[in-house]
Design a protein around this ligand. Structure first.
Ligand SMILES: [Zn+2]
Length: 159
């Protein structure tokens, strides 16, 4: 099914309880983050911006490697930066690429986002022109496995 393109609208900001200026800044930073991508092999730039609970914005970009499998995606780059700087609660994720319709986070990143973010959190995906599709994390990763699942049962998996 092709993604549904949704123009930037007040509805989405209201739906997700995000301030329009903050969302605009998140978008601009996700787009700007593409500029620091290290992608000499794929030439596929990805920028990511995370909105933390205290409304700090943390960015990341994809970082490739000559041993291809070792590279990392923009989303995991940004999350690793954020977590190691003490941010573990997030209100939104924005991802930007140079294609249209916009790309969505890969499966590995969806699971990594799931580790730290609520299922109803919005993931904004921007295309080359700044248009976006927005989905909740749960829509991107239905019936997911997360940290709380390890706390169920006999408790041996308690964190
Ligand atoms: Zn990824």
């Amino acid at each position: 099914m092709p993604p549904i393109r949704i123009p930037r609208s007040q509805d989405d900001e209201t739906k997700f309880d995000l301030d329009s200026e903050v969302l605009h800044e998140l978008k601009e930073k996700a787009i700007a983050a593409k500029g620091v991508a290290y992608c000499p092999y794929s030439h596929f730039r990805v920028g990511c911006a995370l909105l933390t609970e205290d409304e700090t914005i943390i960015t990341g970009a994809n970082v490739e490697c000559a041993s291809y499998n070792v590279g990392t995606c923009a989303e995991r780059c940004a999350l690793a930066k954020a977590v190691t700087e003490g941010h573990t609660k997030f209100k939104a994720v924005a991802v930007s690429t140079d294609i249209t319709p916009p790309a969505s986070p890969c499966g590995m990143c969806r699971q990594f986002i799931r580790e730290f973010c609520p299922l109803q959190m919005p993931v904004f995906m921007y295309d080359r022109d700044g248009n976006y599709v927005v989905k909740t994390l749960e829509e991107l990763l239905p019936m997911s496995f997360g940290p709380e699942d390890l706390r169920r049962g006999d408790g041996r998996g308690e964190l």
